[in-house]
Design a protein around this ligand. Structure first.
Ligand SMILES: O=C(O)c1cccc(C(=O)CC[C@H]2O[C@@H](n3cnc4c(=O)[nH]cnc43)[C@H](O)[C@@H]2O)c1
Length: 214
C-alpha cells in the first residue's frame, strides 16, 4: 500500500524524497504547506485522490531541551494540538474539556517502536502549535502541560486529523532544527536538521516497506 508523506515546505519534501529514492517504498511525498490548517487541507485532498495505507507527517521542529537536542530525531507517540482550546482565568482548557473535538492522535504503537528501533529517534509527544514558541516562559508552560513533549512543530495535528477522517493511520517524525525557547532565528540549524531527516528516512525505509497492514 502506498504511503503519503506530508512535509510543510519543498526543502523538507526533497530531504525525504532523496532518502526514499532507490528504495522499495511506494511513497508520495508532498509539500503540504505551513501550519495545521493548510497541512490538513492538503493531506485530505491527497487522501481523497488516491488510496494510502499510512500518512507520515515529517519535517523539522523545535526540540524541548535537554531531551531533544538540535540535530536529533523525534518520533511522535502522541500528536497533540497544544493551543486548540480556550484561555480562562484558571488557565488553558483544551477543546475536549469544553465538550467537543479532539486534541490528540496516537500513531500505532508497534510502528512507533519499529521506527525508534530503526532510526535511533526518541519517542515522545510532538506538539502542534500555530505560533512558534519564542520565550522560555512559554516553553516551560508547554512542558508543564505536556511533560512527555519532546518537540513542537506546526503541522502534525492537521495531518493526523485528515488521516483520521479517512481512516488511515498516522506517524510523525521530526528532525530538530532549534531549541524550543527564546527566539533566536539565526541559531536555527535547518541544514543539519534536513540532513538528519534524510538520514532518518533512509533508516526508516525498511520499516515503511514492511508496513502492509492495509
Ligand atoms: O522565523 C519565524 O518567524 C517563523 C515563523 C513561522 C514559521 C517559521 C518556520 O520557519 C517554520 C517552518 C517549519 O518548521 C517547523 N518548525 C521548526 N522549528 C519549529 C519550532 O520551534 N516551533 C514550531 N515549528 C517549528 C514547523 O513545522 C514549520 O513548518 C519561522
Amino acid at each position: 500500500m502506498r504511503i503519503l508523506v506530508a512535509t510543510a515546505v519543498p526543502v523538507e519534501r526533497d530531504a525525504v524524497a532523496r532518502a526514499l529514492a532507490g528504495t522499495d517504498v511506494e511513497a508520495e511525498v508532498i509539500a503540504a504547506g505551513v501550519g495545521p490548517a493548510r497541512a490538513a487541507a492538503a493531506t485530505a485532498t491527497a487522501l481523497a485522490a488516491a488510496p494510502y495505507g499510512l500518512v507520515v507527517s515529517a519535517g523539522i521542529a523545535g526540540g524541548f531541551q535537554p531531551d531533544a537536542p538540535v540535530g536529533s530525531l523525534v518520533v511522535a507517540d502522541e500528536i497533540t494540538a497544544a493551543d486548540l482550546g480556550a484561555e480562562t482565568a484558571e488557565g488553558f482548557l483544551p477543546v475536549t474539556e469544553l465538550g467537543f473535538g479532539t486534541v490528540t492522535h496516537r500513531p500505532p504503537g508497534p510502528l512507533v517502536r519499529d521506527a525508534v528501533a530503526a532510526t535511533g529517534a526518541r519517542a515522545g509527544a510532538v506538539l502542534t502549535v500555530s505560533t512558534v514558541t519564542g520565550t522560555a516562559t512559554r516553553a516551560a508552560l508547554l512542558k508543564d502541560r505536556h511533560p512527555t513533549a519532546l518537540a513542537e512543530a506546526m503541522e502534525g495535528f492537521g495531518v493526523a486529523e485528515a488521516a483520521a477522517l479517512h481512516g488511515v493511520p498516522v506517524l510523525e517524525i521530526r528532525a530538530v532544527s532549534n531549541p524550543v525557547g527564546p527566539r533566536d532565528r539565526a541559531a536555527w540549524r535547518i541544514g543539519d536538521a534536513l540532513e538528519a531527516l534524510t538520514e532518518g528516512f533512509g533508516k526508516l525505509a525498511p520499516v515503511l516497506e514492511s508496513w502492509k497492514t492495509v
